[in-house]
Design a protein around this ligand. Structure first.
Ligand code: SPV
Ligand code: MG
Length: 550
């Protein structure tokens, strides 16, 4: 946030920060950046200010440092850099892209983009990089250049905007005296900082300049050609500001050349996979997270957009050889993994936040862009332990599903639409399914089945121990909680984990539901009549596959 000083101008603008950094005796390093990404990474690395290098920006654009990129093209890059970071940016403004009038317009446009300052050099447009035949480069007339500096200072609206005057006297072979005359004239014309540039392989010219410079205004240097000179010795000579002018660009070129060569030779993505950041790091740098949370806030939400789904897919299943390299949830069912039937069904119902809890052969559970949680102890624990593994995901309205069922969309829709804090989907045609093994989660309800959903019908008992003679239906393996009930469930799971760890390990979901019922929680029942399949074994898989459309 920007605060206002009593005089009425902002005291912590980027320009104010840059001014403070450059004018203070403390050492400041301006790190080169040439686009939004390198600006952001420099900020993350801890640098306090950026150098919008003409050399690097033009190289990144694929052109030469000879004003081949127009000033508005440079400005566009600067705008991306400025948007990507909070750091103050000093633009390498070359010669100002013309005369005093072009400089005025440049300063206006930079301020509009929150660029903190500009560096102008005393050469002629179009300029050439200082390290290319520097001695052949003509210098601007001192008076003409001083006029540019005065024009810049007169134009800036923010009194903190920084104008750096750069003398190329050493570069052009004019020597110390000319450098001092020019630096003095530029300081008198209002330059806030003097950049004195040298292309020698040692710091002799800079040291000589510093010895004679009266420190009227601070100095900034670009030690590209004398990188082995310790900053400390230059600091001792009175230099407090350093521009690391092209080191991000050169890092990028080094890495690209190496990896591209390797890829070309090996034609194998794995040959560089370990040397490069994962795509998730790209997303982090781009702050994808922020967009996702803003979407939740600003995009129109379909009825169930705010809902989440958790699929319990940790167990291996009794499928013999079929599951030697994958859990049953990843078995192919009519053309796609069972788990995909779930994720597709959830997405069709508007649920986009989906998680799967993995256990057995977890590497095989990969459906792309969903959340994954792991129950490492899957072999010795039950569904409640799996649910507990995903507890941090449990917020808002949540659907919890077994990973080995296939159900028609309308069952899910009825469950989502039910006007009850907690609801389970129950099949009242359970007796017609022709299976009476002990794996069925039979239920007893209070109240009777009500197709129109007008009579309350609550869960009374659930689980494989329910006597078939008393049963009124079979739980399908779908449970839906509204947000406050989700929060209560998480607290309950935490309590069980602390007070009854054995139960956390052993309980299946019916045991948890029964516990909730016994504690007085009302769990409503939404009935359906068939139209779901329990893929518990190969027989179930085969029977279901002939019933469900591909
Ligand atoms: C730049 O980074 O573009 C500079 C510094 O102006 S130098 O390349 O050393 O001239
Ligand atoms: Mg430059």
């Amino acid at each position: 946030m920007t605060s206002l000083t009593p005089k009425g101008h902002a005291s912590d603008t980027r320009a104010a920060r840059l001014r403070k950094l450059l004018l203070s005796p403390r050492t400041t390093i301006l790190m080169e950046a040439h686009n939004g990404l390198s600006a952001k990474l420099a900020e993350e690395a801890g640098f306090e200010a950026l150098w919008g290098s003409g050399l690097s920006i033009s190289a990144a654009l694929g052109v030469r440092d000879n004003n081949e990129a127009s000033w508005t093209q440079v400005l566009e890059v600067l705008e991306f850099m400025s948007d990507a970071t909070e750091l103050p940016i000093l633009l390498d403004g070359d010669t100002g892209y013309g005369n005093f009038n072009n400089v005025r317009r440049l300063v206006r446009k930079l301020e509009q983009r929150s660029v903190a300052g500009v560096c102008l050099e005393d050469k002629l447009f179009p300029k050439t990089n200082s390290f290319i035949s520097g001695e052949k480069q003509a210098l601007a007339e001192v008076d003409e250049f001083c006029g540019k500096l005065r024009a810049a200072k007169d134009t800036q609206l923010d009194p903190d905007f920084v104008v750096v005057a750069r003398t190329e006297a050493f570069i052009a072979g004019w020597g110390l005296e000319e450098a001092l005359v020019r630096a003095t004239a530029y300081a008198q014309s209002g330059a806030d900082v003097i950049l004195v540039h040298s292309k020698r392989k040692d710091s002799k010219e800079i040291m000589a300049f510093m010895e004679s410079w009266n420190q009227r205004v601070p100095v900034v240097i670009v030690p590209t050609k004398y990188p082995s000179e310790p900053l400390a010795s230059l600091e001792k000579a009175g230099v407090s500001n350093f521009i690391f002018a092209n080191h991000s660009l050169r890092t990028v070129i080094t890495a690209l050349q190496r990896n591209l060569r390797t890829l070309r030779e090996t034609r194998d993505l794995m040959s560089i996979e370990r040397d490069i950041v994962p795509v998730s790091e790209v997303f982090r740098v781009q702050n994808v997270q922020e967009l996702q949370s803003s979407e939740e806030r600003y995009l129109p939400q379909s009825q169930h957009d705010a809902s989440s789904a958790v699929i319990l897919a940790a167990s291996k299943g009794d499928f013999g050889d079929l599951v030697k390299d994958r859990p049953k949830a990843m078995l192919n069912f009519n053309g796609k993994p069972i788990l995909s039937w779930h994720t597709d069904a959830f997405r069709r119902s508007g649920i986009r936040r989906i998680a799967a809890v993995r256990g057995y052969c977890k590497e095989a559970v990969d459906l792309g862009d969903i959340h994954y949680f792991d129950n490492h102890d899957y072999a010795d624990t039950g569904e409640v332990a799996s649910l507990y593994a995903a507890r941090e995901f449990l917020r808002g309205d949540v659907v919890i599903a077994y990973g080995d069922i296939i159900f028609d969309d309308f069952i899910l829709r009825a469950l989502l639409a039910a006007d009850h804090p907690i609801a389970v989907a129950v099949d009242s045609a359970w007796q017609l399914r022709g299976r009476a093994d002990d794996k069925r989660d039979l239920v007893v309800t209070t109240g009777t089945e009500d197709p129109l959903g007008q009579r309350p019908c609550q869960l009374e008992a659930v689980g494989s121990s329910v006597d078939a003679a008393r049963a009124t239906g079979e739980w399908i393996g779908l449970l839906r909680l509204r947000a406050d009930q989700t929060a209560s469930l998480v607290s309950l799971l935490e309590r069980i984990a602390t007070d009854m760890p054995e139960r956390l390990r052993k309980w299946d979901l019916p045991a948890l539901l029964q516990h909730m019922v016994d504690q007085g929680t009302q769990i409503s029942v939404v009935h359906s009549y068939g139209h779901w399949y329990d893929l518990d074994d190969q027989k179930g898989l085969l029977a279901a596959s002939s019933q469900v459309a591909r």
